[in-house]
Design a protein around this ligand. Structure first.
Ligand code: ADP
Ligand code: ZN
Length: 720
């Protein structure tokens, strides 16, 4: 037997199938889609079996060393999916296959994660039972009535009696695999759908179509998803539900679990590798029919998929943009949807412009829920102009916001405060000369970490102590500017010394289980105010929250990216949607230095369509998506001069070979130097694919093995 193996080389430039022979004692185990261990040069490597054949053109055929998987890890459909992904992203086939498997299954991990077993005992019907004492009799009777019993229950009666019965062969042992996670039986809780919800559910037909569900926050989208999944289950089919990692809260999982019990498998970053491995195997064995998870859950090894749901469709977390393959889970969902002839339903209160434009052209079918459940009003939004300055505010809080918080606290209602800021600490500068501390490896301002009293680079990890003397002007006038959650928390404590404040950010939620604990505690009203970054904006459903305050709406507006208005509108709308979801009506206060900006004005009016029309006119003018596709080429290397030369060469090659497109650059990336590597970007704007992939493939081929220049290609980047 000869097999073609796609070898997993650490140097990802080589992406080739090599032929190996299989010793006859292993032939029985070989299947397409399993992994094997092979010799390569003087290394031992893993690879995927892609072909089984009788002949080879290769000479000096080597034998494989062993088998890695007993079960197929990539079935025929997933193998096809990998090839399509490679064509779309222009990354290597091996990287496409690797990204589909949970980390726990990957080389080095797979072996270290063990299956866990429980031991059960049952009666051996072939052995005569005589001469037993009362404890032994008790054990035997229990086995007689219940069949096989967990060891612990029997040893609790008497360990020595149990051992005697085992030794005499009266009880036989059985090992059953034990999963690390336990789901309770679901209560199969169902809500009576409203007529609007029913209409949406009934419009989804069980054939491949892409639907865009535009539903305001609190309109009952999640109930609609669950009903659709139920319909798929009734047809004997499986489902995938994608949610952004950040909103994959225990609250969300619990809701699905209450409805579907242990029919769900939830995959998220809070699980240990072992737990992820178990969930993956429950899916392979079809013990879980509903998979709910973040981006990579789109690769769940389900068969017979009947429904794919993508919640918060606008979220940039569905695009992998930090490593190859730079794929979008939405594209993958559509490929799988076609394969299984099943619907893909994408939902959002603020759909991406791309998706809504497609829905308007009838490429996607548009479904809407324009009202909140039970006719509840969307919260009233007030905009506070922070340019009015110090007289109108206390620290970072406007007097209006302070009064509103005090009012809610006195009524025993709850408040959510959003600090619109990635990162969580401050920028430090010199008050007299304006000097800021920069990372020596990256073009990045260092951020101040109060707890350790250090300045750190969030990109490369560089850290240094803080001095109070400015290295530039020698004045003792270093002070911190900018706002972090820690600082806001301090101010809040001073303003409301009686209130209980919960801070939720990357810092406080990094420990396993913390996120869950905090949400539960807030739900139980152990805290009055929840203060946090983007993490508090999504998916949370708390009855008592009647005020949402945004400390600074501007941070995301100021990011130099063509999507900054869209991202701001969507973030503000999402966080506003946390207020007044239950019987009490809600209020939202947004503080900003740009009160007239249209992203903020349309948020105030809850006017998605108005925002869409305005933003589309800008995109048309500037030739951005959805009017044009974008491909971003990043060229990086250590030597600035060589890099610049090559970037220009690439630009000229593109100009010569690609027609009907706009090619911009090369220009230095926003962060030109990162970890001592310089980076240039080239942008291609185009209306139809044409020969773009062909030309780019040639360029990639040309730089293969080049140690000085690295090329990364990102189609439809979520940001530059
Ligand atoms: P969305 O996902 O659109 O934000 P949800 O599905 O979370 O909305 O629904 C908002 C709230 O309304 C939730 O508390 C949910 O339990 C409740 N809800 C949704 N549908 C119904 C219904 N048909 N009857 C009663 N309550 C509902
Ligand atoms: Zn750095």
């Amino acid at each position: 037997m000869i097999i073609g193996v796609l070898v997993e080389l650490s140097n990802k430039n080589i992406d080739k199938v090599f032929d190996y022979s299989v010793p006859s004692n292993l032939e029985g185990y070989i299947k397409i889609g399993i992994r094997v261990e092979v010799p390569f040069g003087n290394q031992k490597l893993e690879g995927f079996v892609l072909e089984i054949k009788k002949e080879t053109g290769a000479s000096n055929l080597k034998e494989i060393i062993g088998i890695v998987d007993s079960e197929v890890v990539l079935n025929e459909e997933l193998l096809m999916l990998g090839r399509k992904m490679q064509e779309m992203t222009l990354s290597t086939l091996i990287s496409c296959y690797q990204v589909m498997l949970p980390k726990a299954l990957k080389a080095k991990h797979g072996v270290s994660i063990s299956k866990k077993y429980d031991t059960f005992y049952s009666l051996n019907t072939n052995v005569e039972i005589d001469n037993i004492n009362s404890k032994q009799e008790e054990i035997i009777n229990l086995c007689r009535t219940e069949g096989s019993i967990l060891k612990k229950r029997l040893s609790d009666i008497s360990l020595s009696s149990l051992n005697t019965l085992i030794r005499r062969g009266i009880l036989v042992e059985e090992k059953r695999e034990h999963y690390r996670l336990n789901y309770n039986e679901g209560l199969l809780e169902k809500k009576q759908l409203t007529s609007d919800q029913r209409k949406v559910v009934d419009s989804v037909s069980f054939a491949h179509n892409v639907y865009l569900l535009h539903g305001v926050t609190g309109s009952g989208k999640t109930e609609v998803y669950m009903e659709l999944i139920d319909k798929a289950l009734a047809r004997g089919k499986t489902s995938i539900v994608l949610v952004p990692e950040i909103s994959l809260t225990p609250q969300m999982v619990e809701r699905f679990q209450r409805r579907f019990g242990n029919n769900i498998a939830a995959i998220h970053s809070a699980l240990s590798d072992g737990e992820k491995y178990d969930e993956w195997r429950r899916i392979v064995r079809q013990e879980a029919k509903i998979v709910i998870g973040a981006r990579s859950a789109i690769f769940a090894p389900l068969n017979n998929i009947g429904m794919i749901i993508i919640d918060e469709e606008h979220s940039d977390s569905y695009k992998q943009d930090d490593s190859n393959p730079r794929y979008s889970a939405k594209d993958i969902a559509i490929i799988r949807g076609k394969y299984y002839d099943c619907p893909v339903v994408m939902g959002s209160a603020t759909p991406s412009l791309e998706a809504f434009a497609r829905a308007k052209k009838n490429v996607y079918k548009l479904l809407s829920l324009s009202n909140r459940i039970n006719g509840r009003e969307l919260p009233k939004v007030d905009i506070i102009d922070m340019n009015l300055g110090i007289k109108q505010s206390k620290g970072h809080f406007s007097l209006t916001l302070v009064e509103a918080i005090a009012d809610k606290l006195s009524k025993k209602e709850q408040v959510i405060l959003l600090l619109n800021r990635r990162g969580y600490s401050s920028v430090i500068s010199c008050k007299s000369c304006g000097y800021t501390f920069k990372c020596p490896n990256c073009d990045i301002t260092l951020t101040y970490h109060k707890t350790s009293n250090t300045l750190r680079c969030h990109y490369c990890g560089y850290g240094t102590k803080v001095y109070d003397t400015c290295p530039e002007c020698r004045e003792k006038s270093i002070s911190d500017i900018g706002v972090g959650t820690e600082k806001i928390e301090e101010e809040l404590h001073k303003l409301f010394p009686e209130s209980k404040i919960l801070r939720m950010d990357v810092d406080t939620t990094s420990r396993k289980g913390m996120h869950e604990k905090m949400i539960t505690a807030f739900k139980k009203h152990e805290y009055d105010i929840l203060l946090g970054t983007q993490i508090v904006a999504k998916g949370l459903d708390f009855e008592d929250v009647t005020l949402v305050g945004v400390i600074n709406a501007d941070t995301s507006l100021n990011i130099p990216d063509f999507r900054s208005s869209e991202n701001t509108f969507s973030l503000l709308s999402q966080v506003a949607g946390r207020s007044g979801r239950s019987k009490k009506s809600g209020q939202v206060i947004i503080q900003t230095f740009n009160p007239e900006h249209y992203a903020i004005e349309y948020t105030k009016r809850h006017d998605y369509i108005g925002f869409y029309n305005k933003e589309m006119s800008i995109r048309r003018e500037l030739k951005y998506p959805p009017y044009y596709f974008i491909c971003y080429i990043k060229i990086s290397g250590k030597d600035k001069d060589i890099l610049g030369g090559e970037a220009n060469k690439i630009k000229r090659a593109l100009d010569r070979n690609i027609t009907n497109s706009i090619i911009l650059g090369p220009s230095p990336c926003t962060i030109f130097k990162l970890n001592n590597i310089y980076r240039y970007g080239i942008i291609i704007k185009y209306k139809s694919d044409g020969n773009i992939r062909e030309v780019l493939n040639k360029i990639i081929e040309h730089y293969k093995g080049n140690q000085k220049i690295k090329i990364d290609i990102d189609f439809n980047p979520s940001h530059f």
